[in-house]
Ligand binder design. Structure first.
Ligand SMILES: Cc1cc2nc3c(=O)[nH]c(=O)nc-3n(C[C@H](O)[C@H](O)[C@H](O)COP(=O)(O)O)c2cc1C
Length: 205
């Protein structure tokens, strides 16, 4: 099995070294996030926000609360990928563009809102799980888009979540899901690491 998309997936690795002189324009950053937001989300909640840390001042604020990981200083941009606690009350607003475009009949909106309310409203853990799933899907799309553009990427959980929350003014319903550095790589990065054998991770039933 092989095509350009599969090659892109199979050739991606988590970058350690970035060219500190290489920048991305705000339009390139916007385009990466626009592609990221094409990822699927539960009930089309789109419960995410992306903070693009790209100036040396902003990087200097992030670096000490993210283990001083070199990618933050060296990569063109590090996104604080924020997931928002799942809240069914936003569904009418999120579905409105589909209704306006004639894709979804208006009568169907409660058919999405009511089960979402039942699923999440009384269940804080599910709200948070959904925030993390949403942020992760968005980040994954950006990682592969970056690779396809010849850029490196590094997802990072090595940061102080409470400090990032405070320093970057995340709202009460926002979870910093991960940091994601993206930029032109420097030589010396490892290739993708070998994975566990398929037999260990796949159950065919
Ligand atoms: C959720 C998550 C958190 C990670 N956190 C860090 C991190 O804080 N610092 C880092 O250098 N790499 C981090 N990584 C990169 C992983 O170490 C890397 O993806 C893994 O070793 C496999 O490497 P490969 O994808 O290049 O084959 C993280 C990856 C993921 C998915």
């Amino acid at each position: 099995m092989s095509n350009a998309v599969i090659e892109c997936i199979l050739n991606r690795s988590a970058a350690k070294y970035y060219d500190p002189a290489a920048t991305l324009s705000d339009d390139q950053i916007r385009e990466l996030v626009r592609i990221g937001t094409s990822a699927p989300t539960s009930f089309h909640l789109q419960n995410w926000r992306f903070i693009a840390v790209r100036t040396s001042e902003a990087k200097a604020r992030l670096s000490p609360i993210a283990w001083n990981q070199p990618a933050i200083t060296d990569a063109a941009v590090t996104f604080i990928i924020c997931g928002q606690l799942a809240d069914s009350s936003v569904i009418p607003e999120r579905l409105a563009p589909l209704v306006e475009a004639g894709v979804m009949p208006e009568t169907m909106v409660p058919e999405w809102e009511v089960p979402a309310r039942d699923l999440y409203m009384e269940y804080p853990q599910r709200q948070r799980d959904e925030a993390v799933r949403t942020g992760t899907f968005g980040a994954a799309a950006m990682i592969y888009a970056a690779r396809s553009l010849g850029l490196g990427s590094t997802p990072m959980i090595g940061f102080d979540a409470e400090a990032v929350h405070r320093e970057f003014g995340l709202a009460d319903d926002e979870v910093p899901v991960m940091l994601l550095s993206i930029g032109a790589e420097s030589p010396g990065n490892w290739a993708q690491k070998p994975r566990r054998p398929l037999d260990e991770v796949l159950d065919l039933i």
